[in-house]
Design a protein around this ligand. Structure first.
Ligand code: HEM
Length: 247
């Protein structure tokens, strides 16, 4: 397997030096950068990453408190698997954001693809669970904003995972390694769009009849959790990785 990740401008250079005294407390925008030899788990909390972790914890906890306050059944698997899938998908991105050398990007992509692979399996399980549950209770399919958004996001995640896997593991599928590298920026952009859509789908889940009724899945906790995730993820986006020229 070849390393198909585009060489970083920082490849082979020394680890970034200590931030200057004048730097904002949470670091400059996009500044979270992994030091050479530093463990990958630190990328999850680096810079504003800890705010994303607090948000993800809030989202997972609020989902679990709601679903386990009711008798466990086939439906339980839907929010349970989705919540873990969302958690892993965000961690997969948070882990990769601070990478900047070719070596870090290569190792990071292997962990990233493993985490997204597991989350994809969880999303399939969650989708099958809600479909079977609706067939069982003879309830109409895709009759709410959450259901439609959910279907769209499942399909987008599947497409994103297939293209991302092919880019990294079978780049020749794109004609050449260079062609595969050239579209990484679109993979990143699509990834952030999917994350946004996931958050909107979660908020829409809290507005379904079942969530407003017996489930008592509160919109305000989802909004607070999602906002914290956004404040954690957005400032760490490196614009140059999205193909924008930076000075
Ligand atoms: C972001 C992750 C999620 C995705 C992608 C997703 C996706 C879906 C999809 C595709 C359906 C439609 C199934 C059908 O109509 O046959 C659905 C229904 C449903 N989901 Fe989710 N879901 C997610 C998270 C959640 C969570 C966390 C909850 C609750 C805590 C939840 C509660 C529900 C409920 C109550 C329905 C039935 C809605 C209705 O009757 O229209 N979902 N979901």
């Amino acid at each position: 397997m070849s390393n198909t990740l585009e060489p970083s401008p920082a490849s082979g250079q020394a680890a970034p030096s200590e931030p200057p005294e004048t730097e904002p407390l949470l670091g400059r925008i996009g500044a979270a950068s992994q030091r050479e030899g530093a463990p990958f788990w630190k990328n999850l909390i680096m810079g504003t990453g800890f705010l994303a972790q607090i948000g993800l914890l809030t989202l997972t906890a609020t989902t679990w408190v709601s679903i386990f306050s009711l008798p466990v059944g086939l439906f339980t698997l839907h929010p349970l698997f989705n919540s873990i899938g969302v958690l892993l998908l965000f961690e997969a991105v948070l882990l990769l954001q601070p990478t900047h050398t070719a070596n870090q990007k290569f190792k990071g992509a292997i962990i990233h693809s493993t985490l997204t692979g597991v989350s994809l399996l969880l999303f399939v399980g969650a989708g099958v669970a809600i479909l079977l549950n609706k067939i069982r209770i003879k309830h109409e399919h895709f009759g709410s904003a959450h259901a439609i958004l959910g279907l769209v996001v499942y399909v987008l995640i599947l497409i994103q995972a297939i293209i991302g896997f092919a880019q990294f593991y079978t780049p020749r599928a794109f004609g050449s390694v260079e062609n595969a590298k050239a579209i990484y920026k679109y993979h990143r952009l699509a990834g952030y769009m999917i994350e946004l859509l996931l958050v909107v789908t979660l908020i829409a889940a809290s507005r379904t009849t079942f969530a407003l009724g017996p489930l008592s899945f509160k919109t305000w906790t989802v909004v607070i959790g999602s906002s914290s995730v956004a404040i954690g993820v957005i400032p760490r986006i490196k614009k140059e990785k999205l193909g924008f020229k930076c000075r």
